[in-house]
Design a protein around this ligand. Structure first.
Ligand SMILES: Nc1ncnc2c1ncn2[C@@H]1O[C@H](COP(=O)(O)OP(=O)(O)OP(=O)(O)O)[C@@H](O)[C@H]1O
Ligand SMILES: [Mg+2]
Length: 343
C-alpha cells in the first residue's frame, strides 16, 4: 500500500539535516498546505515551489525497513553496545535509500517524543553522512557537529570521540543513522581506519546503527577481516528499484504514481490521466523512485512555465532524466528538450 508518509501534504527537507537543528526541523516540519490549483491566494511562484518538492510517499521498502529496525531495537535493548545488531540499507543509486532512512529516523523520533513528553533535551536520533575521503577524525567530527559540540584543532581524535560517546549516552540516543557508508574505501588506509572508527563508535554507543550504502556487497566494506566482522553484525536490506512484473508489483507501482499524481496542483490536470501512463513511467525510470519523482516534478514545472498546466505523454517524453535512468530506459522515445528546466 502506498500513501503519503506525511499524511498527504508536501514536506520540504531543510538543507542541514546533519545538524541537530536541521534534523529536528525536518522531524517537526508541519505539513505544507496544498491549496486548490486555482486558489487566488496561491501565486505562480508558490505553486512552482510546491511542485519542486513534492511530499514523500510511504513505500513498501519503508514499511520493511521500519519493521526490521523496530525488531532490532527490541533485540538490542538489553545488549552491550558491542553485541548489538544493525542494518545496512543497500541498493542502486536514486532508489530512495536516504529518504527511507530519514523517514525511519523521523518516525522513531516522533514516537520517542510521545513516550517522553516535555523532554526536549533528548536526542533520540543522530543522522550523519560520511564525508568524501573521510579520515577517522573527520567522521567523529561529523557526529560532534550534529550535536553542536565545538570541535577545535586542539582537540585530538580520542578527545572528540570520548566527548561524543559520553554526550550521546547522556542524551539518550538510540538510533544512529549513517548515510553513504560506501564512501569508505577500506582498500585505502584512511578508509580502513575510518571504518574501524565507525565500528569503535558502534561499540561505545548504546544505540542501534543503521547505514545506507550504494550496493554494499560490491563495495570493499564487507571484504577482508574488517568486512567479516561487519557482515556478522549487520543485516542487509536490499533497497531495489520497484519491479513491474506481477499483478502485485503493478498495483504497488500504480498506487505510487497515483499518490504522486494526487499531489499535483495543475489547473488543466485531469485526475487519473497520469496513472494511465504508469507502465510507460516504469519503463522510463526503470522503477527508481528518484527518477520517477524527478520526471513528474520537472514535467509539472514545464507545464506551469509554459502555461499548459497539464502533463501529457509527449511532455514526459521530452524531459531528459538522470544518466542512469536514461541508460536503463526501455523503449525508444522522441527527441528531448535537452534537459531544459523550468525556472
Ligand atoms: N518515498 C519517496 N517519495 C517521494 N519521493 C521520493 C521517495 N524516495 C525518494 N524520493 C525522491 O527521489 C530522490 C532520490 O532519493 P534518495 O536521495 O533518497 O535516493 P538514494 O537511494 O539515497 O540516492 P543516492 O544513491 O544517490 O544516495 C529524492 O530527492 C526524492 O525526490
Ligand atoms: Mg542517498
Amino acid at each position: 500500500m502506498v500513501n503519503t508518509a506525511t499524511g498527504g501534504a508536501a514536506v520540504s527537507v531543510p538543507a542541514a539535516v546533519t545538524t541537530w537543528q536541521g534534523w529536528d526541523a525536518f522531524v517537526q516540519q508541519a505539513q505544507r498546505a496544498a491549496l486548490a490549483a486555482d486558489d487566488p491566494n496561491w501565486s505562480q511562484e508558490e505553486r512552482e515551489d510546491y511542485h519542486c518538492d513534492l511530499a514523500v510517499m510511504r513505500t513498501p521498502a519503508m514499511d520493511s525497513v521500519f519493521t526490521s529496525v523496530r525488531r532490532l531495537l527490541l533485540l538490542n535493548r538489553h545488549q552491550q553496545a558491542g553485541a548489538r545488531r544493525g542494518l545496512i540499507i543497500s541498493g542502486p543509486a536514486a532508489t530512495g535509500k536516504t529518504t527511507t532512512m530519514m523517514a525511519l529516523g523521523r518516525s522513531f523520533q516522533l514516537s520517542d517524543r510521545r513516550r517522553h513528553p516535555g523532554r526536549s533535551e533528548r536526542r533520540p536520533v543522530l543522522f550523519v553522512s560520511v564525508p568524501p575521503a573521510s579520515t577517522p577524525k573527520m567522521l567523529v567530527s561529523e557526529f560532534a557537529r550534529f550535536l553542536g559540540m565545538p570541535v577545535t584543532d586542539r582537540l585530538n581524535q580520542t578527545q572528540i570521540t570520548n566527548a561524543v560517546c559520553d554526550l550521546l549516552c547522556e542524551l539518550g540516543t538510540q538510533l544512529v543513522l549513517v548515510d553513504d557508508v560506501h564512501l569508505l574505501d577500506t582498500r585505502h588506509r584512511a578508509g580502513a581506519e575510518t571504518s574501524d572508527q565507525l565500528k569503535y563508535l558502534a561499540e561505545r554507543i548504546s544505540a542501534t546503527f543503521v547505514y545506507s550504502a550504494i550496493d554494499v556487497e560490491a563495495s570493499s566494506l564487507l571484504h577482508g577481516v574488517r568486512g567479516a566482522q561487519l557482515a556478522g553484525r549487520f543485516k542487509i536490506f536490499h533497497h531495489r528499484p520497484l519491479p513491474y512484473a506481477s499483478a502485485q508489483d503493478k498495483a504497488v507501482w500504480d498506487a505510487l504514481v497515483a499518490g504522486m499524481e494526487a499531489l499535483l496542483r495543475l489547473r488543466g490536470h485531469r485526475r487519473g490521466s497520469l496513472v494511465k501512463f504508469a507502465a510507460y513511467l516504469h519503463a522510463r525510470t526503470a522503477g527508481r523512485i528518484g527518477s520517477l519523482s524527478h520526471l513528474i516534478r520537472e514535467a509539472a514545472l514545464i507545464a506551469l512555465a509554459e502555461g499548459t498546466e497539464r502533463i501529457t505523454k509527449q511532455l514526459l517524453g521530452e524531459v531528459e532524466l538522470d544518466a542512469a535512468a536514461e541508460a536503463l530506459a526501455r523503449p525508444a522515445r522522441p527527441a528531448r528538450r535537452g534537459g531544459a528546466m523550468a525556472t
